[in-house]
Design a protein around this ligand. Structure first.
Ligand SMILES: Cc1ncc(COP(=O)(O)O)c(C=O)c1O
Length: 394
């Protein structure tokens, strides 16, 4: 039989580079390849598998709901979608939810609803969407326009118009750059793909103030940093302000595709039937799973666990005595380790040492493990990293 590696290389569009092994199963913090080799998963499907692999309760809900109803489209009401929307609103700043299927789509929805809000107010010059240097909001044409990385954008121009980039964490530049033409300001409270850079409290609070003063909407992209990842249910809780809109996705449905755009009633006042839609979004199956995820990750004990293990990870990473380490950044179980060597070298060497690792930017190793990680898993990681850093030299 032809191997999955060969088949993928022959038939799947080659937009990804992958290591030459085939993953076949996972449990908790670990995954195994087809030779039986075990890996400690420090990526969790890029910050998706918050409850770990093959969670028993998730599997039960999938089975139960699949036997009842999987999908009927948004032409009809279903209880799992309705209950999930209620729970998302009760547990956040939001009054309403628009569902979609990914992080990029969630940001597209935020941009569309922000533009509709300005349009509905007859504020027709207000079209501009501000985002920040180093941001990552997705790869569809609107989200890409606010993801200011030349390598991602250049081959696909022209992108959505009226997108403006300001320097991240620079309050003076925000003062100068947000204007009466700004429709929305889109920001990750903690930048993920760009290299795990937390926004400062002063910066986020200034954005809130500037948006209020100048009539723009504030949008948080919590696709990666939301849903418990940083030790609070929402990263914005650590900033003392709430947004007008927020994008969610990644861990929301435990590995099934789901995104959401949360909004206040003020923004929703401009929304009308037909403004936006999606065939698949928040079908009964994904919604039933997402409701379970939200119930679990919002429990105070769950969040306390993320904080405790996150602090332990932080301390143990700081104990590593490796000349390649430049700086460690992050919150909770979203941690970046900047290196003075290309991160790809460490990621590749990690496979031999039983580690699934991922980079963020060219020189930052990013740790976004399942949120159920325990302290002994951290010890295993540290042991393997010690060996790695000895092997991969500067
Ligand atoms: C902050 C942020 N926004 C948006 C996205 C895009 O999400 P998706 O890949 O589901 O479209 C990502 C993905 O990494 C992300 O980290």
């Amino acid at each position: 039989m032809t191997s999955a590696v060969e088949l993928t290389q022959e038939y799947v569009a080659q937009t990804y580079k992958r290591p030459p092994f085939v993953l076949t199963r996972g449990k908790g913090m670990k995954v195994w390849d087809e030779t039986g080799k075990e890996y400690l998963d420090m990526i969790s499907g890029i910050a998706v598998m918050a409850l770990g692999h093959s969670d028993t309760q998730v599997a039960e809900i999938i089975q139960e709901q699949a036997e009842k109803l999987i999908h009927v489209s948004n032409l009809y009401y279903t209880a799992p979608q309705a209950q999930l929307a209620q729970l998302l609103c009760e547990k956040s700043f939001a009054d309403r939810v628009f569902f979609c299927n990914s992080g990029a789509e969630a940001n597209e929805a935020c941009i569309k609803f922000a533009r509709k809000y300005a349009f509905g107010n007859n504020d027709h010059q207000r079209r501009e969407i501000v985002s920040f240097s180093n941001a990552f909001h997705g790869r569809t044409m609107g989200a890409l326009a606010v993801t200011p990385k030349e390598q991602y954008q250049k081959p696909f121009q022209p992108l959505m118009g009226a997108a403006k980039t300001l320097p991240f964490n620079d309050i003076a530049a925000a003062e100068a750059g947000i204007s009466s033409e700004t429709c929305a300001v889109l920001v990750e409270p903690i930048q993920g793909e760009g290299g795990v850079y937390p926004a400062s409290v002063e910066f986020i609070q200034s954005l809130r103030r500037l948006c209020d003063e100048r009539g723009a909407l504030l949008v948080f992209d919590e696709v990666q940093c939301g849903l418990g990842r940083t030790g609070t249910l929402w990263a914005y809780e650590q900033y003392g302000v709430t947004p007008d809109l927020m994008a969610l996705a990644k861990p929301l449905a435990a590995g099934l595709p789901m995104g959401a755009c949360l909004m206040t009633e003020k923004v929703h006042s401009a929304v009308a039937p037909g403004d936006h839609g999606s065939t698949f979004a928040a079908g009964a199956l994904v919604s039933a799973v997402a409701k379970h995820v939200l119930e679990r990750v919002s429990q105070p004990e769950f969040l306390a666990h993320v904080n405790e293990v996150g602090m332990y990870l932080w301390d143990r990473l700081h104990e590593l005595n490796a000349p390649q380490i430049v700086e460690i950044r992050g919150r909770g179980l979203m941690v970046g380790m900047e290196l003075n060597i290309p991160v790809g070298d460490i990621v590749n060497a990690g496979y031999e040492h039983g580690l699934l690792l991922v980079g963020a930017g060219t020189h930052t190793l990013r740790f976004v493990p399942p949120l159920i990680m325990e302290k002994p898993d951290v010890d295993t990681l540290i042991e393997r990293l010690e060996q790695l850093f000895v092997k991969v030299t500067v």
